[in-house]
Every structure is written in C-alpha cells, then in structure tokens.
Write a protein that binds this ligand. Structure first.
Ligand code: 13P
Length: 249
C-alpha cells in the first residue's frame, strides 16, 4: 500500500497574499487525509505565510526551493538551511532542473547543499533528470544515477534513507510532454536499485517522485506505475481546486 507524497513546487509564483488566498481555498477543498503527505515549496519570501496557514495540519509540510551550501556568512542574496529551518521549512528541493540548467548548479554543489540540509535538519528532495539530447543518446539512466550519487556523496547511508528523490526529465518540465508510465517506471526502478546499493534495505523506503507536466488527467496513471511513490508538480499546483484534485488522486 503506497503512502503517496504530493509536492507543489510554486517556483517564482505566489506572493504572500496569493499564497494565503490559495491556502484558504485549498484547506477547504482538502480535509486532513493521513494516508498521504502533501508538501508545499513556495518562494522563500512566501514561506512564512504558508507555514502559518498550515500550522494546524500535520499532514501538510513546507519547504524551500533552494539553499546555499554554507551554513552562514557573506553570501548576499542567499538563504542557508539554518535560516530556512528557522523560518519553518522542513524540506528543501536540491538540484532542481532549473537550478542546474538556468543557474548552472553543478552536481558537486547539489551534493554540498544536500549535506547542508542534513546539518540543519531539513529533509532533502533530491531532483534528477536528463535532457532530451541525453535521452535520445540513450544516456538517461547514466545521467540520472550520476546526479543521484553526486547528490548523496557527502551524507551517510542512514541520511540518504531519510531523503526523497524526484525524477524530473528536463524535457517534460513545463512542456506539456509527460514521460509514459513505462518510461518513468524504468528510470524509477534504476533509481531504486541505486538506493539499495547505497543504503541496503533502507533504500526501499525512500519515496521516488515523478515530476514533469503532471496534471489532473495523468496523475492517477503515473502514481499507479511501479516505483512511482508520489508527484512533484509545478504549473498544475498553482490553482487550489486543481491542486486539491491532484492530491486526492
Ligand atoms: P511542471 O509541472 O510545470 O512541468 O513543473 C515540474 C517541476 O519542475 C516541478 O518541480
């Protein structure tokens, strides 16, 4: 029996007032359900508003979209894991495709961020995924597993076992193109095998989420695929009724 994880990545959308209006609606549409976990990743400036709105709901948690890899210091414009944790975050996205491809984040930096998250007590959602070129060259599993191993290079096996992984093919993000359930499952199974190598039996329990143009129409089929334990959703998480529909899948 799966305990699915539904994660909303709001990216650079939803100011604090928008987030409050969203959450008022969402909470009305979605009464507590203990058989699933729902995570919100708002902008760092919107985080506190969301934390406040969900404080009475143990089934809902909040995270940041990015952190710096150092714990503190002269890094103007950045947020540390400690600051995020202090502001109420419990999770952090690490190595999201847009961090890698728009901001040039490297595998090594992602690994350092995952280690910083662990030091501060944040749970990392490690994001991996291949570009279209890499898929067409048949390099998908190689790329995804290289990203995964680099992301966990600076943490211990028990900490790996406490993390989440999100497979988000770059070509499926914001494009309306979704991996077929079969394609997603092949990659998820490769990730599961790598997690077993890294952590032994404990690797079985690491949730592996799929992301990339998930919507109300395709969520159920993706979630039913072998080794798909949850969904990481961008565009379709921005409207409360729509998001509640996905979360109730
Ligand atoms: P979309 O759902 O908008 O394709 O975004 C996916 C994503 O990047 C979630 O992190």
């Amino acid at each position: 029996m799966k305990h699915p994880v539904f994660a909303a990545n709001w990216k650079m959308n939803q100011a604090p007032a928008d987030a409050k209006a969203f959450m008022r609606q969402f909470l009305a549409y979605y009464p507590r359900q203990q058989d699933r976990t729902v995570l919100f990743f708002p902008s760092a400036l919107t985080l506190s508003a969301v934390v406040e709105m969900v404080k009475d709901r143990t089934d809902l948690s909040v995270g940041v979209q990015n952190i710096h890899w150092e714990d503190k210091g002269a890094f103007t414009g950045e947020n540390s894991a400690t600051i995020a944790r202090g502001a109420g975050a419990r999770y952090v996205l690490a190595g999201h495709s847009e961090r890698r491809h728009v901001f040039g984040e490297t595998d090594e930096q992602t690994g350092l961020k995952v280690a910083a998250a662990e030091r501060a007590g944040l749970t990392a959602v490690i994001c991996v995924g291949e570009t279209l070129d890499q898929r067409e060259r048949g390099e998908t599993n190689e790329v995804v597993l290289r990203q995964l191993r680099a992301a966990v290079a600076h943490i211990e096996p028990n900490q790996i076992a406490g993390s989440l992984v999100a497979y988000e093919p770059v070509w499926a993000i914001g494009t309306g193109k979704t991996a077929t359930t079969a394609d997603a499952s092949v990659v998820h199974q490769a990730i599961r095998a790598a997690l077993r190598d890294l952590t032994g039996e404990r690797g079985e329990a690491v949730p592996i989420l799929y992301g990339g143009s998930v919507n109300r129409g395709n969520a159920a089929a993706l979630l039913a695929a072998p080794e798909v334990d949850g969904l990481l959703v961008g565009g379709a998480s921005l409207e409360a009724e729509n998001w509640a529909g996905i979360v109730r899948t």
